[in-house]
Design a protein around this ligand. Structure first.
Ligand SMILES: Nc1nc2c(ncn2[C@@H]2O[C@H](COP(=O)(O)OP(=O)(O)O)[C@@H](O)[C@H]2O)c(=O)[nH]1
Ligand SMILES: [Mg+2]
Length: 207
């Protein structure tokens, strides 16, 4: 059975760990650099054009935004990282909030890490992915903005990113929020995260 995005509603925005909803539903978080296309990806995923605000101002989203899917699953839009114009103090507090969330959230099934297919892997992307591995949290890289490249460029950039992250093709998804390419594959992969094998135990033991 795949995830059904029939009803998706904004649940709440959290600026501190105390504001998180009770951990009573499985949760999938979305992370990526500012402006990478995270909000657009979530909107396309759930087929709602304006559920998540697509921003022309990078670095604007500060809290963790929770969206409830069919009262059965939370999607969490994490604040974007790596935006240089954000003052250091705020950057540090984001880091603190996000790292504490990722480290302690019991119902978190996995993290989708979004990269722009046009750009090489950045240090912060690699840092996040390596750190998620260390936490044994399943991580699904998605290379987005696929529509911006032609066939040859896609192949070249995909190979570059795969090499940068040491991934095999089955371990990531190529995506375009503009065309919807990759949506079915993303849903299939999310469904795997969301429904861990019955014998796999708690998600922290899955990998
Ligand atoms: N062509 C194209 N543009 C995209 C895609 N995804 C996002 N964008 C654009 O990239 C910009 C940043 O998108 P947004 O979703 O707000 O990024 P966020 O900051 O990571 O949430 C916006 O101008 C989007 O329209 C995509 O798949 N294709
Ligand atoms: Mg956004």
């Amino acid at each position: 059975m795949t995830i059904d995005f029939g009803t998706v509603e904004f649940a709440l925005g959290a600026h501190t760990l105390g504001q998180l909803p009770p951990p009573d539903l499985p949760e999938i978080a979305f992370a990526g650099r500012s402006n990478v296309g995270k909000s657009s990806l979530i909107n396309r995923l759930v087929n709602r054009r304006h559920l998540v605000k697509v921003s022309s101002q990078p670095g604007k989203t500060r809290g963790l935004n929770f969206f409830m899917v069919n009262k059965a699953l939370y999607l969490v839009d994490l604040p974007g990282y790596g935006y240089a114009k954000v003052p250091m103090a705020i950057r540090e507090s984001w880091r603190g909030l996000i790292s504490e969330y990722l480290e302690t959230r019991k119902n978190l099934c996995g993290v989708v890490v979004i990269l722009d297919i046009r750009h090489p892997v950045k240090a912060l992307d690699l840092e996040l992915i390596t750190w998620l591995k260390g936490l044994s949290l399943p991580c699904l890289p998605v290379y987005t903005k696929l529509d911006k490249l032609n066939r040859g460029e896609r192949q070249r950039q995909t190979a570059l990113l795969d090499a940068g992250l040491t991934l095999r093709p089955g371990q990531r998804v190529l995506f375009s929020s503009q065309t919807g390419e990759g949506r079915e594959e993303l849903i299939a992969k999310l469904t795997e995260l969301y429904q861990p094998r019955p014998d796999a135990g708690h998600h922290h033991e899955v990998r």
